[in-house]
Design a binder for this molecule. Structure first.
Ligand code: AMP
Length: 217
């Protein structure tokens, strides 16, 4: 499978779609947000810095992301394709990512841009719940993706939690970061002719059908 990169505003469904791709194609899902959330639990200066930055909705320093991305992509499980989600998030990171790909001998693959309305995102943000154990994603505001029991994971029985940046205040900052910093990378990938746009306002299944069609082209 070709590598896949998702570009989308916060809560557009990147994580959910990535899970579906993983299930079908058995490739690793590399999410800088997930890696940083793990680091934010560490009892260290770095852990504290990452914790505070994530809660604020701003981006962590570029240099922190470069090292963790390069190390993760160099592992054997990425050699036959992977999904990258949450990186790059600004033009500096996009340029660095091109260099990392060159160094590792990988292709950029498919860049999938998920477009979605801001109002839909606001609704999704407050309802999102994640399984502590298997990382499955639910939404209590949407009957189609709500868990059967409000705080329990349907698939593994794990406890569901709410991200501490999934509130309207952090969302405003995260959305503004997306508009200001992340959207400019779309042009970078347009020039490389690797981008495909998908309408993310549709149901999870329909969005996945479109993504699957791009992957299997
Ligand atoms: P996400 O799970 O992708 O929504 O990311 C959650 C948070 O992690 C973001 O709001 C940022 O604070 C941080 N983050 C994730 N990826 C990056 C990145 N590539 N560069 C800087 N900060 C990031």
């Amino acid at each position: 499978m070709k590598n896949i990169m998702f570009i989308a505003p916060p809560a557009a469904g990147k994580g959910t779609q990535a899970e579906l791709v993983v299930k079908k194609y058995k490739v690793p899902h590399i999410s800088t947000g997930d890696i940083l959330r793990e680091i934010s639990k560490e009892d260290s200066e770095l852990g504290q810095y990452v914790f505070e930055t994530l809660a604020s909705g701003k981006l962590v320093k570029d240099e922190i992301t470069y090292q963790l991305i390069e190390e993760r992509l160099a592992r054997d499980d990425c050699k036959n394709g992977y999904i990258i989600d949450g990186f790059p998030r600004n033009i500096e990171q996009a340029i660095e990512y091109d260099k990392i790909l060159k160094k590792l001998g990988y292709d950029i693959g498919n860049v999938i841009l998920i477009n979605i309305d801001e109002k839909t995102l606001e609704k999704r943000i407050t309802g999102r719940r994640i399984c502590e154990n298997c990382k499955a994603i639910y939404n209590i505001n949407d009957p189609a993706s709500a868990p059967k029991e409000e705080a329990i994971c349907d698939s593994c029985g794990g406890k569901l939690y709410q991200r501490n940046d999934d509130n309207l205040e952090s969302f405003q900052t995260r959305y503004q970061m997306y508009k200001e910093k992340t959207e400019p990378i779309i042009d970078h990938y347009r020039q490389m002719n690797v981008i495909t746009e998908v309408d993310g306002n549709d149901s999870i299944e329909n969005v996945f059908k479109k993504i699957d069609a791009i992957i299997s082209e």
